[in-house]
Design a protein around this ligand. Structure first.
Ligand SMILES: Cc1ncc(COP(=O)(O)O)c(C=O)c1O
Length: 447
């Protein structure tokens, strides 16, 4: 089905050459940390694509891959270039996607989101996840006229969030991306954002005790890799409300994936505000903050305004995406796909005696090598999968486009690569077998 692709050949490729140039021209090489090839397999992972469709990608050198990594960092739950979404978007583009007036579809989208979330009365829109979180925090601060924000989970790159790392320690360790540098964030923001870890009632209570009357909001992912302990979300909501703060659920990654409308609907706990992005537009920039009328009050009085929040593609893409997601029962499909992939990892590792730990919801699956050479082993895994025509790391975000036949091919490829890794471990040749440097973990300066 797929031809083995040699690493030597790849290193001389157009896509790698362009990336070497990009690192001279673009600080950090890419616009998103997770899209750096250094995070997967430096000098081997293809940085650029020419075409994408379903879960298939063609790089600049026309090499073909099935995506068993993050499928657009979780943005394309229906698959890349979904025909129904693309058709709707093209219609809007042909009739003008930007002008002096507003797109009526944003009103339809606000209605649709409030219908899916009966607890919400109103919606505001942005185009990216991090900025939508900043909008939600601004609204909460304006509504409460307070400053301090408690956080649990990852909520983007902006000052309000990275302020958590202005203390002496890496406070955001354990919130998805360790080592995020707050350089450039005003030191004066120290103490305005304080983290607590998932399911940790003591830490949350300590925040309430120390900051209670100054707390504007609690921003948290309702879950990321496991269900909350029974009663935890209710406990956080009650604690926040007791001190007069708002509860904001960040559903940017888990939303629509675990449950249509967001994980909080599955758990039956409604926040004051919720934030969606990524899958909402299925690859087209779209983000939303929805909320109760009372929580959204600050949005009337604070200045929250941006030109491209008024373009038409985002709302059209979101409406088409929501329609298809609901009709296709996406959470059920991706749960099946993710369960099968977790089984491939578990059983393949057991057959080869590899120290592999599998975790996460099937819809947001990951594994790790419990080994001193873990980073080298995951690089070797990615290298072997690339040679077999798969973009694959230790995390997998399934989509509607992953079919049984593609899963069969992936299973066979993983078996082959795990066997190679077992041989390399036995011979102590893991790093010697790598065709490039070991993958980075976390944030690091390039060049
Ligand atoms: C939970 C969560 N919040 C916020 C963000 C930031 O979104 P964006 O990358 O679109 O700015 C992410 C991105 O991974 C996320 O997972």
């Amino acid at each position: 089905m797929m031809k083995k692709q040699s690493a030597e050949n790849k290193n001389a490729s157009r896509t790698q050459t362009l990336y070497r140039h990009a690192k001279e021209r673009i600080p950090g090489g890419t616009q998103l940390l997770s899209k750096r090839p250094e995070m997967l397999a430096p000098d081997q992972w293809p940085p650029y694509y020419r075409k994408a469709s379903g879960c298939e990608i063609w790089d600049l050198d026309n090499r073909h891959y099935y995506d068993f990594s993050t499928n657009g960092i979780g943005s394309c739950l229906l698959g890349f270039n979904d025909p129904d979404v693309t058709r709707a978007v093209c219609r809007r583009v042909r009739s003008g996607s930007m002008c002096t007036l507003n797109p009526p579809e944003e009103v339809a989208l606000a209605d649709r989101l409030c219908a899916i979330h009966p607890w919400a009365d109103q919606a505001r829109f942005a185009r990216c996840g991090g900025e939508a979180c900043a909008v939600a925090v601004r609204i909460a601060r304006a509504t409460t006229d307070r400053s301090v924000v408690a956080i649990c989970g990852y909520s983007g790159w902006q000052d309000w969030y990275l302020a958590a790392n202005l203390g002496d320690s890496d406070a955001l360790r354990g919130h998805l991306l360790p080592g995020l540098s707050p350089l450039g964030v005003p030191r004066e923001l120290r103490g305005t954002t304080v983290p607590f870890t998932f399911d940790n009632r003591e830490q949350f209570n300590a925040i309430l005790e120390q900051y209670g009357p100054r707390l504007a909001a609690v921003v948290m992912e309702p879950c990321r890799s496991q269900d909350p302990a029974p009663g935890f979300l209710e406990f956080v909501k009650a604690g926040a409300h007791r001190v007069g703060a708002l509860l904001i659920f960040d559903e940017i990654t888990i939303g629509w994936r675990l449950h249509f409308g967001g994980a909080h609907l599955k758990f039956g706990v409604s926040p004051d505000l919720a934030v969606f992005a990524k899958a909402l537009g299925n690859g087209h920039p779209m983000a939303s903050v929805i909320g109760t009328r009372a929580a959204m009050a600050g949005a009337h009085d604070s200045f929250i305004s941006s030109t491209y929040w008024t373009e038409g593609v985002g709302p059209v893409a979101a409406l088409a995406t929501l329609e298809k997601m609901q009709a296709a029962d996406v959470p059920a499909h991706i749960a099946r796909v993710g369960t099968r992939v977790q089984q491939v990892w578990r059983e393949g590792a057991a057959r080869q005696g590899l120290p592999v730990h599998v975790g996460g919801y099937p819809c947001l699956s990951h594994f790790r090598f419990d080994h001193a050479q873990a980073d080298a082993l995951r690089t070797l895994f990615t290298q072997g999968m690339l040679a077999r025509g798969f973009l694959a790391g230790t995390g997998f975000y399934p989509t509607l486009a992953h079919t049984e036949a593609i899963l069969d091919a992936y299973g066979a490829a993983v078996d082959g690569v795990f066997a190679e890794i077992a041989t390399a471990l036995a011979a102590d040749t893991v790093t010697a077998q790598l065709h490039g440097p070991v993958a980075h973990s976390g944030f690091k300066r390039l060049l």
